[in-house]
Every structure is written in structure tokens, then in C-alpha cells.
Ligand binder design. Structure first.
Ligand SMILES: *[C@@H]1O[C@H](CO)[C@@H](O)[C@H](O)[C@H]1NC(C)=O
Length: 343
């Protein structure tokens, strides 16, 4: 299983990405045409300016990204001001109208729809997106390409021992009744081929061979069938497949190969119960600077500096209605970085 060869390098990245954010950065996709507009125009037109909107007239992104106290306090104040929200909010009607002419919309929003480098052209990525509006990239496309290449054909996803308090999810038969999932008081038969069930999440970075196994391997087919009446199968299915012998890029089932979501590169998330002050022996990450929704941190501008030090490709959750400055400054940072990488 050597995937490094040019042309066979398509890694599949299955992630929820942000749709509908105010200033969305589109990651590069396959170039389909040989026409390269940069020959005529250069890259200047892809830079964000004041005319593109956004709150930078009233906040300073570079100061925020460097974690400067004064700038963060100001950002926090803005994020709770009604007038500010009003001034940066883009209504759905705008998008409905503006996207009538797709080509014009793509140009006016400055989407990057061609590779910025040969290195990226040689390593096209595939994404499976679940339509959602809250996880944003933390890396440029070039950085993502380099991180994926450094995996050397391996996959990167959470896959660890299932905690006792979650085992009911896979040991009881579940059914959806009136739109709600519930146990029916019947024990489930053991998994096919006695596959050990591991715990993970639905954000994964996997190679093409892994996806082929999902579609074609009879063991995986049986597992998917078996999982249909379990609770939240996406939180164990990918993690379990990652430990099936012979699946490309997988690791052995031995617990020494367990991988946590912090060590996997797919997605960064802050759970409230893992937060704590620096120097704490229990904490996994610093406290959330935004607010919590179902015990998950919705990032504030104050989280950015720390987030950009992490190796994860994407992060959730963001919410432009709670703190638009966090997404705005992140998007601006990525765009500047992507264009700076050209030179
Ligand atoms: C924004 O912050 C940076 C970093 O502190 C500083 O160098 C720069 O002068 C500031 N820009 C403005 C417009 O205040």
C-alpha cells in the first residue's frame, strides 16, 4: 500500500466544513481547466480588502491573533454589542440573490478555485461535507497537503477503547420511535467477525484505500449492517474500521495504537470538562473564551492564538452570530498566509 506515487495520491478527507459563514474560505479543488487566471491578473485580486466587508474597521486581527489583551477585550465587547451584530450580519436573502449568478458570486467573494501551487495540484483532496455552519479550517490548503503527505499513507482519526459508560450504545438494540431514538430492551448480538468496537467521532482523515474498504470489504459491509440499530454509529464505525487488519492506513487493534481526538489531526474541539488553567494536571486545553453549547466551546476571538498552534486541520464550533470576529480574523489570516506562501 504505497500511496505516495503521483496521481494515486487522492486522499479522502471526510469532514464537516462550514457552509454559510460570512467570509468563507473555499479550499482548493481539482483543477478542471488548463486556464490559469493568475497569468493575467496576479494574485492581488484574491486579497481581502475593506471593501469585502467584515469588522476590521473596528478590531485589529493581528493583535487578536497575537493574544494582545486590549484587542481581545475590545473584541469581546463588540461581540456582545447589538449594533455591531447588525453591522456585520449578512442576511440569507443576500446569498439567495447573489448566488443567482454563480460565476459572478465566486469572483466577488474571491473564492480560490484553482491550485495556488504545483505541489497542491499534484495532491488533490476530496472532502465529504455534511451541510452545517459551525467548523472552519485552521490551515491553508498547502499546509493541509503537507500534513497529509507527512502521514505517508496512514489515516488520522480518533480510535480508542470505548468507555464503560458508552457501551450501552452498542450492546442494546435501538429503534426510532416518533422521531426519537430509544432502546427496545433487547440485547444486541456480538459484532460480526468479533470485531473489537472502538470509540471515535465522525470527522476523519483517511486515504483512498480506506474508503474502498468501506465500500467493498465484506467485513465492513457486515459491520455497517450490524451498526444500523445501534446508538450513534458514526461515533464508533470509522474508529472500528481503522483497526480492522488489512484496511489501508489502519493500525493494529492493540490498545497501544489507540489515538485520541487530540492526537488525530482531523478536528479540534474543546469539551467543557477538559478545560482548565495552564499548569493544571487534569486539563487538556485552556478555558473557552467564547461560550458553551452542549458542553462544547463555541470559540471566541481569545481562542484563536491557541488554536493556530494546534496541528488540527479544522475546528468546531464557530458561530458568526455569537462571535463573528473569531471567524473573520481566522479567514483573513488563512487568506494572507495562502497568498504569502506563493512567494
Ligand atoms: C494592530 O496590532 C498590531 C500588533 O500589535 C500593530 O502592530 C498594529 O499597528 C495594529 N494596527 C492598528 C491599525 O492599530
Amino acid at each position: 500500500m504505497r500511496l505516495q506515487k503521483r496521481g494515486r495520491l487522492l486522499l479522502l478527507l471526510k469532514l464537516i466544513v462550514v457552509l454559510g459563514s460570512l467570509w468563507m474560505l473555499i479550499l482548493l479543488s481539482h483543477p478542471k481547466t488548463g486556464w490559469d487566471p493568475t497569468h493575467i491578473l496576479g494574485y492581488r485580486w484574491l486579497e481581502y480588502t475593506d471593501a469585502d466587508g467584515g469588522p476590521e474597521k473596528v478590531c485589529n486581527c493581528s493583535a487578536i491573533l497575537q493574544g494582545e489583551k486590549e484587542a481581545l477585550v475590545q473584541a469581546k465587547l463588540l461581540s456582545i454589542t447589538r449594533e455591531f451584530h447588525k453591522s456585520v450580519r449578512i442576511p440569507n436573502e443576500y446569498y439567495i440573490k447573489a448566488t443567482q449568478d454563480c460565476r459572478k458570486f465566486r469572483i466577488s467573494r474571491k473564492y480560490i478555485s484553482f491550485p495556488l501551487s504545483q505541489e497542491e495540484e499534484d495532491f488533490p483532496l476530496a472532502y465529504s461535507m455534511v451541510v452545517h455552519h459551525k467548523d472552519f479550517p485552521l490551515k491553508t490548503n498547502l499546509e493541509i497537503v503537507r500534513l497529509l503527505r507527512s502521514l505517508r499513507g496512514g489515516n488520522s482519526l480518533e480510535s480508542e477503547k470505548m468507555s464503560e459508560r458508552k457501551k450501552w450504545r452498542v450492546s442494546n438494540v435501538h429503534q426510532i420511535v416518533d422521531g426519537k431514538i430509544q432502546g427496545i430492551g433487547k440485547a444486541k448480538e456480538p459484532p460480526p467477525f468479533n470485531l473489537p468496537i472502538l470509540s471515535g467521532n465522525s470527522y476523519i482523515v483517511v486515504n483512498r484505500g480506506y474508503i474502498r474498504s468501506v465500500l467493498e470489504d465484506t467485513r465492513v459491509q457486515a459491520l455497517i449492517e450490524w451498526a444500523k440499530d445501534t446508538y450513534s454509529p458514526d461515533e464508533f464505525l470509522w474508529a472500528t474500521i481503522q483497526r480492522i487488519p488489512g484496511v489501508p492506513g489502519s493500525t493494529w487493534p492493540n490498545p497501544k495504537y489507540d489515538m485520541t481526538d487530540i492526537n488525530a489531526i482531523a478536528r479540534l474541539v474543546k469539551w467543557q470538562w477538559h478545560e482548565g488553567p495552564q499548569g493544571s494536571l487534569q486539563a487538556v486545553y485552556p478555558e473557552c473564551h467564547g461560550n458553551h453549547v452542549r458542553a462544547i466551546c463555541v470559540y471566541g476571538a481569545g481562542d484563536l492564538q491557541w488554536m493556530l498552534e494546534q496541528h488540527h486541520l479544522f475546528a468546531n464550533k464557530f458561530d458568526v452570530d455569537t462571535d463573528s470576529i473569531a471567524v473573520y480574523c481566522l479567514e483573513k489570516y488563512l487568506r494572507q498566509k495562502a497568498l504569502a506562501e506563493l512567494y
